[in-house]
Design a protein around this ligand. Structure first.
Ligand code: ZN
Length: 191
């Protein structure tokens, strides 16, 4: 797989709930490899962005499976952690607003409010139960990816927020989008 296998809005599958992964089959293991390749291929095509994470639905497989990069700050570390059936069991800490983008939403970034701290329950690719507490940016990434497994994309959280939408300029800076013109009635985002 490569970046062309990543689906984007308005593909309606992005708003469907994924099904639980019950057997860690060879197909699931291959899917993980494909998702990693697709994410890295996307990253290699972008100058200013890191392919931080991906949910299986984004390569059009409705399995509850997400991959998250091990190191957000070092592009040379191209390894990921795999989480099957990830679930948030507790949200706490402050509500923090920060910028988010998505490999399935072209040229649109948004300022999204998320919990600063969460507890996650999942399984790893060996079928072992994983429990962890995530804070800060990692907590944000988990909330964004687990939303994907439930058919929610980040723009859904800020649909009516005229001030929350941004675009990435060629120099890597974010610039506010014209909500009335580019967002409010943008069929590809809301259909
Ligand atoms: Zn996303």
């Amino acid at each position: 797989m490569d970046k062309s296998d990543i689906i984007s809005l308005p593909n309606p599958h992005l708003r469907q709930r994924s099904r639980k992964v019950s057997v860690i089959s060879d197909e699931i293991k291959q899917l993980v490899k494909d998702m990693e390749q697709a994410t890295l291929s996307w990253e290699d095509s972008r100058q200013h962005e890191v392919g931080v994470a991906l949910a299986a639905v984004q390569v059009d497989c409705l399995d509850r499976l997400v991959i998250i990069r091990n190191n957000f700050n070092d592009k040379a570390d191209r390894s990921f952690q795999v989480y099957l059936n990830p679930k948030i069991t507790k949200k706490f800490g402050d509500i923090v607003e920060d910028y988010e983008g998505c490999l399935s939403i072209k040229d649109t970034y948004g300022k999204v409010a998320r919990h600063s701290k969460i507890k996650v329950l999942a399984k790893n690719l060996q079928g072992k139960e994983v429990r962890l507490t995530a804070e800060g940016f990692l907590a944000r990434v988990f909330q964004h990816e687990i939303d994907h497994t439930n058919g929610i994309v980040f723009v859904d959280h800020i649909k009516d927020s005229a001030e929350a939408f941004y675009t990435l300029k060629d120099d890597g800076k974010l610039e506010k989008k014209d909500y009335q013109k580019d967002i409010k009635n943008n069929k590809s985002l809301w259909e």
